[in-house]
Design a protein around this ligand. Structure first.
Ligand SMILES: O=C(O)CCC(=O)C(=O)O
Length: 259
């Protein structure tokens, strides 16, 4: 494992781990370039394979849309940390991008991704957030309530107002090139971007193999792209996994908060 016991304990106890300077400048440049190009080309349709969100631009199905995103999928240090949350049996659930609009003036409600609560086998969702811009207090970082991944409850079961500040919340800030690994049972949500610039991130979202993918990769990735994928990629995408076909093929896409 490439991470210290202290870092692993932080991920386990707080529910997130911030990894500064994780990306090389070259990777960061290529991710930015591809995300911006896709946002331009897709225009009003951007994100529509999944869900669109007021106040921000989203992209979905990124494994299909660029080799640079496939590099993220196979990053061994990230996969090690994901396995600290999910155990060894996991797969990609979706890969998306989210750009909080300048002066977007909207915050996400506190949520758990996919409205997921841990089950008898433990945690089953884990997100990785690849910061393409600095996340500052003002430009719409993620807020999170440390330790809530262990509460066994969804925020909407407890809190009267999911948009209100939470007394224990912290802001997950960092400079561009940082990656956050987050137990996605953690109560969290993006807040308002009050600046004049977009705040972009790519989300590599993973789940345990016995659960449905958020976005069924076998249905979304074209045959042409599938033919170029290596075996480790196919395994992480669950492309040759009959159980995943049963679990994911007919499941409506599920978000923790988007209708
Ligand atoms: O701000 C972000 O990039 C992450 C927001 C988030 O929690 C989500 O879209 O589920």
């Amino acid at each position: 494992m490439g991470f210290s016991p202290i870092q692993q304990r932080k991920l386990d106890e707080a529910g997130f781990l911030v990894l500064p300077d994780f990306m090389t400048p070259d990777l960061l440049d290529r991710l930015r370039e591809r995300v911006d190009a896709l946002l331009t080309v897709e225009g009003d349709l951007a994100g529509s394979e999944f869900k669109q969100e007021p106040g921000c631009c989203r992209l979905a199905n990124l494994i299909e849309k660029g080799t640079v995103f496939r590099e993220l999928l196979l990053e061994p240090r990230i996969l090690d940390l994901v396995s600290c949350v999910l155990g060894r049996q996991f797969k990609l659930s979706s890969m998306n991008a989210r750009s909080a609009n300048p002066h977007g003036n909207r915050r996400q409600p506190l949520h758990c991704d996919m409205n997921a609560v841990p089950d008898e086998a433990g945690f089953w969702v884990c997100n990785t957030v690849w910061m393409l811009d600095d996340f500052t207090e003002l430009n719409g970082p993620i807020r999170a309530v440390p330790g809530t991944h262990r509460s066994g409850q969804l925020p909407q079961e407890i809190l009267p107002d999911l948009s209100a500040p939470h007394p224990q919340e912290v802001l997950l800030t960092g400079s561009a090139g940082t990656v956050i690994v987050m137990n996605a049972h953690l109560w969290h949500g993006g807040i308002e971007n009050q600046t004049a610039y977009p705040r972009r991130a790519v989300h590599g979202f993973f789940c345990r193999r016995d659960k449905p993918q958020q976005q069924y990769q076998g249905g979304l990735i074209s045959a042409e792209t599938q033919a170029t994928l290596t075996l480790p990629m196919r395994q992480l995408l669950a492309l040759d996994d009959v159980l995943n076909d049963e679990l994911s093929a007919d499941v409506a896409v599920r978000s923790g908060f988007l209708k």
